[in-house]
Design a protein around this ligand. Structure first.
Ligand SMILES: C[S@@+](CC[C@H](N)C(=O)[O-])C[C@H]1O[C@@H](n2cnc3c(N)ncnc32)[C@H](O)[C@@H]1O
Length: 159
């Protein structure tokens, strides 16, 4: 549950989204109006960079910024949208859910260039957090969830 909510941030094609902050995932993006299955939600905006530039930036970035680099394959090569710079857009603030995501990132070609766009996988109601599956990316928080579950599985009995 978010504990802080900023004023409504973005109205796009009739969709209203908002950013909130929680202890667990820091910032996130929440629906403020109904979103229907198949709707376009937002674009993950940033610099489109090739593998060499991506490697160079990864060498100099602090770990916290690497989480804003979205890798994908295009024309048989790895490319990256680097959203490390805070440009005020919301795509960079959408969190991961690899178990029950409510939207999906798709590659949309515009004038020969790929754009990463988020579409609803199901109906989303106001208050729901917008989340997609980050894919095979190395996501330490997924392991943390597993560790918590493992701890809960192993009960200790005291007579
Ligand atoms: C693209 S940013 C998303 C916005 C981020 N929550 C923020 O406040 O800047 C990706 C980072 O968010 C955090 N994150 C995303 N999904 C998460 C999740 N399911 N659980 C915990 N942290 C998550 C991780 O720190 C990750 O590196």
């Amino acid at each position: 549950m978010p504990f802080f909510t900023s004023p409504p941030a973005v109205i796009k094609q009739g969709l209203m989204l908002n950013t909130s902050i929680s202890i667990k995932v820091s910032r996130g993006v929440f629906a403020e109006s109904d979103i229907f299955k198949g709707d376009f939600i937002l674009e993950y905006r940033g610099d489109l960079i090739d593998p060499e530039e991506s490697k160079r930036r990864r060498r100099i970035y602090h770990n916290s910024l690497k989480g804003f680099m979205f890798d994908f394959i295009w024309h048989g090569k790895f490319w990256t949208i680097d959203a490390a710079r805070d440009d005020g857009t919301l795509g960079r603030l959408v969190n991961d859910d690899h178990i029950n995501p409510n939207c999906k990132m798709k590659r949309i070609m515009v004038e020969g260039k790929p754009h990463l766009c988020l579409f609803a996988l199901k109906d989303i109601t106001p208050g729901d957090e917008i989340r997609y599956n980050y894919g095979d990316a190395d996501c330490p928080w997924r392991n943390q969830v597993r560790i918590v579950k493992d701890i809960l599985k192993s009960d200790i009995y005291i007579n």
